[in-house]
Ligand binder design. Structure first.
Ligand code: AP5
Ligand code: MG
Ligand code: ZN
Length: 216
């Protein structure tokens, strides 16, 4: 199974992705997580990427396509995966289609999580992320058992640099300009499915399960 999670920043892509990959045994490939991990390791790629990420801008297509290509198709070919946060531009989507074509395969489904701007802002300012395993929490909707500490691994929780108000606005504007056109791109391929992301965590997950079981 080859899936793609789409939706505005803070829609709940990462939250739902973590459950889907466990239940369906898929490789979880999040370009945002890859950039942040590289930054934590102080690699030149991560340091460069953070210059863009911090203010809510996109990392260049060239760099982003190359890290996905290496992760998916170099050393061994990943057969079952879920992409979260890639592609984000038409150029990236075309590059992905080409990579898949070379392997004589294609995407099975694109899941678009639909959430309004007001809900997004609220989710972003309350989000906390684990500095070790990347698990995400929310101060109101999904608080950890012990404040500031990850339930899963005991790691310290932090607020992402790009979750500040100004940066979130930038990310929303860029999403509308660069990423939203992908909805039509995948709709034209007949593989686009929308879910209402404003329901509870579990309700959104059930809707995703239902659509996967109905259509795949
Ligand atoms: P990335 O890490 O992909 O960020 P994003 O797309 O902005 O999305 P988020 O991770 O912020 O949100 P999410 O949808 O995963 O929501 P989450 O589940 O955490 O990218 C970061 C940056 O990297 C980009 O801005 C760009 O600079 C760069 N980048 C990455 N990919 C790139 C690419 N392909 N090309 C170029 N640049 C790229 O949930 C959010 C919060 O809401 C959490 O606190 C969660 O607990 C809560 N929540 C989730 N679901 C619910 C619910 N149902 N009810 C209540 N609360 C909920
Ligand atoms: Mg995410
Ligand atoms: Zn953790």
């Amino acid at each position: 199974m080859k899936l793609l999670m789409m939706g505005p920043p803070g829609a709940g892509k990462g939250t739902q992705a973590k459950k889907i990959v466990e239940d369906y045994h898929l490789a979880n490939i999040s370009t945002g997580d890859m950039f942040r991990e590289s930054y934590r390791k102080k690699e030149s790629l991560g340091l460069l990427a953070m210059e863009f990420i911090r203010d809510g801008h996109l990392v260049s297509d060239e760099i982003t396509i190359e890290i996905v290509r290496r992760r998916l198709f170099v050393n061994h070919v990943e057969k079952n995966f879920l992409l979260d946060g890639f592609p984000r531009t038409i150029t990236q989507a075309e590059a992905l289609d080409e990579m898949l074509e070379v392997e004589q395969t294609k995407l099975d489904a694109v899941i678009q999580i639909v959430v309004s701007d007001a809900v997004i802002l609220n989710r972003m300012v309350g989000r906390r992320s684990c500095s070790i395993c990347g698990a995400t929490y929310h101060v109101d909707y999904k608080p950890p058992q012990k404040e500031g500490v990850c339930d899963a691994c005991g790691g310290v929780l932090y607020q992402r640099e790009d979750d500040k108000h100004e940066s979130v606005r930038n990310r929303l504007d860029i999403y509308k300009e660069k990423t939203k056109p992908l909805i039509d791109y995948y709709d034209a391929q007949g593989i686009l499915y929308e879910v209402n992301g404003e329901k509870s965590f579990d309700a959104v997950y059930r809707d995703i399960q239902t659509l996967l079981e109905t259509h795949l």
